[in-house]
Design a protein around this ligand. Sequence first.
Ligand code: FES
Length: 109
Amino acid sequence: MMTDDATRRWQDTQHIDDLWEGDMVGVEIDGTKVLVVNVDGAVRAFENKCPHQAWLLDEGDFDGESITCLRHMWTFAADTGAGINPDDTTLKSFPCRVNADGIIQVDVE
Ligand code: FES
């Protein structure tokens, strides 16, 4: 994991203090729309694009456990991105971390 972590191209998003548990935010990194969520203190990053018809997921709902797309109400587990309804799809996820300064960083490559 250490080697893997060191070779990543981490890019800053925002401070963890600005993303409380149960919050989500849409950011753009190198032209990639990214959805960052705080699930019980663990940060996750997904492509901010619904696999159904590419709707922006940050316009939907996050109840702390699941992300619901506003367009047709597809639902995904926020900790893994796995589809709940329907269950045969998944969100594309990106590696992410919180660095020593509290900055949420994502690798979109
Ligand atoms: S575009 Fe997201 S559920 Fe249809």
